[in-house]
Design a protein around this ligand. Structure first.
Ligand code: HEM
Length: 346
C-alpha cells in the first residue's frame, strides 16, 4: 500500500489510503468506484517532488489578492473536464486559424483564473521542465482552491496529458446551462459518466464565487420591455428577489456580478444547500435541485443538515469528474505554455 503525505494545512498527517479526504483535520476514506486506473497520486513524486507545494502556495497567494479566484479556478476545472475530458483544452487561446473554448457562450466574459494557472505553470516549468501537464496543474489548483476556502481536502489523481486542440462547439453543447431542469442537468452529467448524486454534490461548488446578472435575469421578472416577461420565479423568496432586482435592474449591465451564496460568498461550506431550502438559490439550476421531488431534493436536505456528508460526497464526485476521458501515457503532450500547443511558438 502506498503512503502519501497530505499537503493540507488542516490535515498534516501521513496517509495510507489510495483515496482519502480530510474534513476538519479528520481523514475520511473515499471508496473508488470509477475507472481511474491510469491516474495515480504518486505520478510526480519522483519527477517533481515539490509540485504540490508550489501549486498550493500560489493558490494561497492568489486568494489573498482576489478572494473570488479559488471559485474561478474550480470552475475552470469543471469546464475543462466536461468538454472532451480533463485535458487542459479550456486553457488554449484563440489564435489565427484556431478558435478554442474561451469564446464559447458558457465561458465568454465569464471564465477567469487563467493568469493564475499561467503563473503556476511558469514556476513549475522552472522547477521541472516539460514534466507536469496543464490539466494536472488545474486539477491540483482546483483541489487547493476548495481546501483553502474551508472545504474538504482530497488526494488528487495525476498523470493527465494535455490536448493538442479544443472545441468551441463541444463547449457550447456539453456544459450545462443555468436554465436547465433537473432532468436536463442529469442528462448532461450522464453524458460524461456522472449521475444525479454528482449533480447535487458538485452544484455545492456554488457555495462560493459569482454569477453575472445575465445568468439568472430571466428569474427576476424585470426583463427589458418588449421582451416577453413571464413574471418572477415563484421559487425565489421575496426579499431575496427584491435584492436581486435592485442588483440587476432591467436596464442594467448583464455582466454585473452577484454572489452565488448570499451569506458566505467566499467560503466553501454547506450554506448553499440551506439557501436552497430557503428559496435563496441564485440560478434556476440551483433552485430546481430543491423544488423538484426526487433524489436531488433528498440530497439537498441531507447536505444542508450535515456538512460532513456533503464534503465526503463532494470529494468523491470531484475525483470522478477529474477522471473524465483523461489522456495518459504518450497521448497528447505536456504543454510548455498552457495557452498554446508545443508546435506553436509563443
Ligand atoms: C449543475 C450544472 C451547473 C450549471 C448549470 C452551472 C452554471 C453556472 C453559471 C451560469 C455560473 C455563473 C457564470 C457567470 O454568470 O459568469 C456558474 C458559476 C460557477 N460555477 Fe457552476 N454550474 C454548474 C455546475 C458546476 C460545477 C460542477 C462546478 C464545479 C465543480 C461549478 C462551479 C462554479 C463556480 C465555482 C462558479 C463561480 C465562478 C467564479 O466566481 O468565477 N459549477 N456556474
Amino acid at each position: 500500500m502506498a503512503i502519501y503525505k497530505s499537503h493540507s494545512p488542516q490535515c498534516a498527517v501521513w496517509m495510507a489510503l489510495t483515496l482519502v479526504t480530510c474534513v476538519g483535520g479528520k481523514i475520511l476514506s473515499v471508496a473508488a468506484t470509477w475507472d481511474d486506473s491510469h491516474l495515480t497520486p504518486s505520478f510526480y513524486d519522483n519527477k517533481c517532488p515539490h509540485l504540490q507545494k508550489v501549486v498550493s502556495s500560489k493558490v494561497e497567494a492568489g486568494r489573498r489578492r482576489d478572494q473570488r479566484l479559488p471559485a474561478s479556478v474550480l470552475r475552470l476545472h469543471f469546464h475543462d473536464c466536461f468538454v472532451n475530458g480533463c485535458d487542459g483544452s479550456i486553457l488554449l487561446d484563440d489564435r489565427p486559424g484556431f478558435v478554442g473554448e474561451k469564446s464559447a457562450a458558457p465561458n465568454l466574459n465569464s471564465a477567469r483564473g487563467f493568469e493564475l494557472i499561467d503563473d503556476i505553470k511558469q514556476d513549475v516549468e522552472a522547477l521541472c521542465p516539460d514534466t507536469v501537464s496543464c490539466a494536472d496543474i488545474l486539477t491540483i489548483a482546483a483541489r487547493d482552491s476548495v481546501a483553502l476556502s474551508g472545504g474538504p481536502y482530497w488526494e488528487v489523481q495525476l498523470g493527465r496529458r494535455d490536448s493538442l486542440t479544443a472545441s468551441k462547439t463541444d463547449a457550447e453543447n456539453s456544459i450545462p446551462q443555468p436554465t436547465f431542469t433537473v432532468t436536463q442537468l442529469v442528462a448532461s452529467f450522464n453524458a460524461v459518466g456522472l449521475n444525479e448524486k454528482d449533480v447535487v454534490a458538485l452544484s455545492g461548488s456554488h457555495s462560493f464565487g459569482k454569477a453575472r446578472c445575465t445568468s439568472f435575469q430571466n428569474r427576476l421578472g424585470n426583463q427589458a420591455s418588449g421582451s416577453q416577461s413571464p413574471g418572477s420565479d415563484p421559487f425565489l423568496e421575496s426579499s431575496y428577489l427584491a435584492k436581486l432586482q435592485t442588483l440587476c435592474p432591467s436596464n442594467g449591465d448583464g455582466n454585473t456580478t452577484v454572489n452565488l451564496d448570499h451569506f458566505t460568498p467566499v467560503h466553501f461550506d454547506n450554506q448553499y444547500y440551506k439557501n436552497l431550502q430557503a428559496a435563496k438559490g441564485l440560478l434556476n439550476s440551483d433552485a430546481v435541485l430543491h423544488t423538484t421531488n426526487g433524489q436531488s431534493n433528498q440530497l439537498v436536505e441531507i447536505y444542508a443538515n450535515d456538512e460532513r456528508v456533503f464534503f465526503k460526497d463532494f470529494a468523491q464526485s470531484v475525483l470522478k469528474m477529474g477522471s473524465i476521458k483523461v489522456m495518459t501515457g504518450n497521448k497528447g503532450e505536456v504543454r510548455r505554455n498552457c495557452r498554446l500547443p508545443n508546435t506553436i511558438r509563443a
